[in-house]
Design a protein around this ligand. Structure first.
Ligand SMILES: C[S@@+](CC[C@H](N)C(=O)[O-])C[C@H]1O[C@@H](n2cnc3c(N)ncnc32)[C@H](O)[C@@H]1O
Length: 390
């Protein structure tokens, strides 16, 4: 099943909206900002930054909410700073916000006046202009002209697959990989991710200028084992909540059997290998970090929650997952049981956190588009060697 016409995050700015329940992704984005700075500095060092009069940025899987504009305004600030430092006239900016067709672009557009005011703040009269546009479509296809982008950013999006993998019939009542999933199921998920991630790299390699950058952050797993708790537990607990619904007659067991989530949490080794095998980008930096399931919980020392706090943490963690998974769940199970499903989920999450404080694990990477398929870092070394030989 293709997901591009079904998938979206909860729209609007209501209680269950993605816009109001994306603190996990915001915290991840804040951790990625130093990597973005590093990447843009890299472009400046290659002089690519100063070649064109318009600096072109794309955010792939931007969704709707302030995370999108936080990233874009940070990129603009850093680029502007690099130009000023180098005594150059600031460029125009073109910002392309990509997501699937069901994304709430209208909500994003309403945030534009504040965004335009924010990016102008503290800058000289000659700043800009900045042209923002929406680019609806799947990032597993071509979305931009050849060699037209200077930097591509994507956060918490490339884990979403282009389709639910085929051959998951034996995954029984599970929604994703679990310790009981047969190897066939794990392979199906892995193959789909490998195909999709490679396609994503191929598409972007055509669209990014040589020497341009791509910065990606996505949920992942901390160890090689694809049944690792940090990628599976959240979804095992959601599967248990669906089974509770089935026991009450609110969901058919057969509907759970035929349902699987279209995402995959890779490990570091897999990501490194896929980038190397695809061949268009050189990997400059790879960082990993964790965010608590309840992003309002700032305790990173405990390995369990106390029973009093676990109730709150369960509630907050469930809201984050609901904002992301509700439309996809509704498309399969209908909407009547959603509220009760997530109440059950809060309980399961709270119980889990009393015993074990599992966290979201994130991989953040910065890559450079190779020049004529040659590693640009290698190319610079060569130029330096030739200069010193002269
Ligand atoms: C969890 S949200 C992340 C949003 C935002 N980048 C952030 O960090 O808050 C993931 C987004 O990726 C989008 N997405 C998933 N698959 C996609 C695809 N193939 N093409 C474009 N967008 C996609 C989803 O629609 C969703 O809006």
């Amino acid at each position: 099943m293709k997901v591009e016409t079904i998938l979206c995050m909860n729209t609007g700015d209501g209680e269950s909206s993605y816009a109001n329940n994306s603190l996990v992704q915001e915290l991840a984005t804040r951790r990625v900002l130093p990597i973005l700075r590093y990447a843009i500095k890299g472009i400046a060092n290659q002089d690519i930054l100063f070649k064109d009069e318009c600096f072109k940025i794309a955010d792939m899987g931007c969704s709707s909410g302030k995370n999108t504009l936080l990233v874009v305004s940070s990129i603009i600030d850093i680029v502007y700073e690099m130009y000023t430092k180098n005594n150059r006239e600031a460029p125009a900016f073109q910002v392309c916000l990509n997501d699937l067709y069901g994304n709430d672009f209208n909500h994003l557009f309403k945030l534009m006046p504040d965004f335009y005011a924010k990016i102008r703040k503290g800058k000289k009269e000659n700043f800009g202009p900045c042209f923002v546009s929406a680019v609806p479509g799947s990032f597993y296809t071509r979305l931009f002209p050849e060699q037209s982008l200077h930097i591509v950013y994507s956060s918490y999006s490339v884990q979403w697959l282009s389709q639910v993998p085929q051959g998951l019939g034996e995954n029984k009542l599970n929604l994703y990989i679990t310790k009981t999933s047969p190897p066939k199921v794990i392979q199906a998920y892995q193959q789909q991710f490998h195909w999709d991630f490679t396609t994503f790299l191929k598409m972007r390699s055509k669209e990014i200028v040589p020497g341009g950058k791509m910065v990606l952050a996505f949920p992942a797993r901390s160890i090689n084992d694809p049944t690792s708790d940090d990628c599976c537990s959240l979804w095992e607990l959601l599967a248990q909540s669906l089974l509770d619904m089935a026991k009450k007659g609110l969901v058919q067991q057969s509907d759970i059997m035929s349902f699987n989530m279209p995402f995959y949490y890779p490990c570091e080794g897999e990501v490194r290998k896929l980038i190397k095998n695809q061949g268009s980008f050189s990997l400059d930096k790879l960082n990993v970090f964790q965010v608590n399931w309840d992003p309002y919980d700032t305790d990173y020392t405990s390995i369990k929650d106390s029973s009093e706090s676990s109730y709150i943490h369960g509630k907050n963690a469930a809201r984050i997952i609901r904002a992301v998974a509700e439309p996809f769940l509704k498309s399969h199970f209908g909407s009547s049981m959603i509220k009760e499903l997530f109440e059950k989920y809060e309980e399961h999450l709270a119980k889990h956190l009393v015993n074990k404080k599992t966290r979201h694990f994130t991989i953040a990477i910065s890559m450079t588009k190779k020049v004529n398929n040659i590693d640009i870092v290698g190319l610079c070394d060569l130029e330096c060697d030739m200069a010193s030989a002269d």
